[in-house]
Design a binder for this molecule. Structure first.
Ligand code: DHE
Length: 494
């Protein structure tokens, strides 16, 4: 009997030790950098929504051993295995209430590094300002401004933690705006190589868009459920719009886009059957709510921005919406998990077609944009994440890294845009992840990421497909050519 009592007591002591101290452990070891409320500080927010890309075993490793090239120290000598695991349990648990991040919090977070209009209007460098690339290096949270003629870095600077989505340019290409998953928006002056302003627009942000007139920035958030309008000049707050459907249900915002030919922003709402179009040139930013028959996610637009192409959450079909009438005009046959955000368009036999990679299947779907019929499913090496081309190049390039399958992870499949056949498969560095392509402004060179900590950008001659240069980088993710982006090339995401 005595042994039973002892076991029970031991068990209770263990439960008490494991259950109670985790908050204390957090406040002792984590709160000073990640915030008492886990909303972030000098370190990132530690909430399940923000940690979605970090696997638990990696979180355990990070707490034990720290994170290279960051201020995150290792705690392996201070915390035992159970303590580290209990902390991981805590940071992957939801906060009891959706945290407040409203006008006050946004306004208070604003940082003006350089007063607007005080920096010179001429670039500090001689490289063609329209043929620069902004390269996001996720490995150590930096970005590089790269000369697109010489393929030489001009400047490298720290970014906020975990940038996501494509950085967006001002229409003249002078400024670039970044969004981090933690909600930080930064405006960088490319001419003067300086971050000029920053603001935290949310706690878990999806992406941002810059209006066609360059005056306004729109930010879409998962946490809280909001859209935030900022003055593109100095990033001061213009308006917070709670993302609430007509049915009163609040919704996460999946992504936001600019539709310059329409003078609007378009917002994708994850939890309500509506698409929002926001007029950026009008006072108070009026919202047009377009009722749709499904939860639409992951948007793509035709070059005129008349048609919005999207995937519906619960069906295996794509959905084409006429933005003028607000009516669905076609269903698309799109099995698997197409990644429309990476879609591109080109002319095929006199018709505009769109093509999208697929994150679940090794296939690229090519769709006629007049009949909205799938004209070909092209087999690739494996499920792909990103796709790119350029008006002056014969191939559409797609990677095979969406599922991390080692058989396709290191491949680039090149599709001939005239025949819709696979023309070539490249392996920029066998065994290492290859992903995301971007072209120079003339389309003559293609830059591919070796998406690894000791990674690189591999520059290919886009015609001969010979490697021209390899530039070492720390897990380079996306790279964005100023000209292709500001002119909304059909071969790149907008
Ligand atoms: Fe992305 C763009 C959504 C996971 C890297 N990603 C986008 C965009 C959307 C989106 C809506 C377009 C916004 C824009 O450009 O402004 N991404 C999603 C997801 O829903 C998904 C699958 C899950 C998630 O956690 O958000 C997801 N994305 C990832 C990654 O795991 C990637 C590979 C690494 C990372 O950074 O987390 C990743 N997404 C990117 C990149 C772009 C992007 C590099 C910009 C592509 C471009 O060329 O424009």
């Amino acid at each position: 009997m005595r042994w039973l009592v002892m076991i029970v007591c031991l068990f209770m002591v263990q439960v008490a030790m494991a259950a109670q101290p985790v908050e204390k452990l957090y406040s002792e070891h984590c709160a000073s950098c990640h915030g008492t409320d886990r909303l972030g500080g000098i370190g990132p927010a530690l909430l399940p929504e923000n940690l979605a890309r970090l696997r638990r075993p990696d979180a355990i490793k990070t707490i034990a051993s720290g994170r290279a090239a960051s201020q995150m120290a290792g705690f392996g000598d201070k915390l035992n295995k159970e303590e580290i695991e209990s902390l991981v349990g805590l940071i992957y648990s939801k906060l009891p209430q959706v945290p407040v991040w409203g006008e006050n919090e946004i306004i208070t977070s604003h940082i003006q590094h350089e007063p607007a209009g005080t920096l010179p209007d001429k670039p500090l460098f001689s490289a063609d300002p329209l043929n620069l690339f902004v390269v996001v290096e996720l490995g150590d949270h930096h970005a590089t401004i790269l000369d697109g003629d010489k393929f030489e870095p001009i400047f490298r600077f720290p970014t906020r933690f975990a940038l996501h989505g494509g950085p967006k340019f001002s229409p003249d290409g002078r400024f670039v705006y970044f969004a981090s998953r933690d909600g930080w928006v930064s405006k960088f002056d490319i001419y003067n190589l300086k971050t000029v302003a920053e603001v935290r627009a949310g706690i878990n942000t999806r992406n941002l868009a810059v209006s066609g007139d360059g005056k306004t920035v729109l930010v879409g958030n998962y946490l809280p459920h909001s859209l935030v309008l900022l003055d593109a000049g100095d990033l001061t707050l213009l308006k917070v719009i709670p993302a609430v459907g007509q049915d009163g249900k609040s919704s996460r915002v999946s992504a936001v886009y600019q539709a310059e030919p329409r003078g609007t922003f378009v917002a994708a709402l994850k939890d309500t059957r509506e698409v929002w179009e926001i007029v950026y040139g009008k006072k108070d930013f009026p919202i047009r709510r377009i009722a749709v028959d499904d939860y639409l996610d992951d948007f793509f637009f035709d070059q005129s921005y008349l048609h919005l192409i999207s995937t519906a959450r619960d069906s295996k079909k794509g959905h084409v919406l006429d933005l003028d009438t607000g009516k669905k005009v076609a269903d698309l046959d799109l099995p698997g998990m197409p990644h429309l955000g990476s879609g591109i368009t080109w002319d095929y036999q006199g018709h505009p077609v769109m093509a999208t990679p697929n994150m679940k299947e090794g296939v690229v779907s090519v769709i006629d944009m007049q009949t909205w019929k799938t004209i070909k499913q092209i087999k690739t090496q494996g499920p792909g994440f990103f796709m790119r081309s350029h008006e002056n190049t014969p191939y559409a390039w797609t990677d095979g890294f969406a599922t991390g399958d080692p058989a396709s992870n290191d491949t680039m499949t090149l599709i001939d845009k005239n025949t819709l056949e696979v023309a070539r498969v490249l392996r920029p560095e066998p065994g290492k992840t290859a992903a995301h392509v971007e072209f120079t402004r003339d389309g003559k060179y293609a830059l591919v990421s070796i998406w690894e900590m000791d990674g690189a950008l591999v520059v290919y001659d886009a015609e001969t497909l010979k490697e021209v240069k390899r530039i070492p980088m720390k897990k380079p993710s996306g790279k964005y050519n100023v000209y292709n982006k500001t002119t909304r090339s059909a071969g790149t995401s907008h």
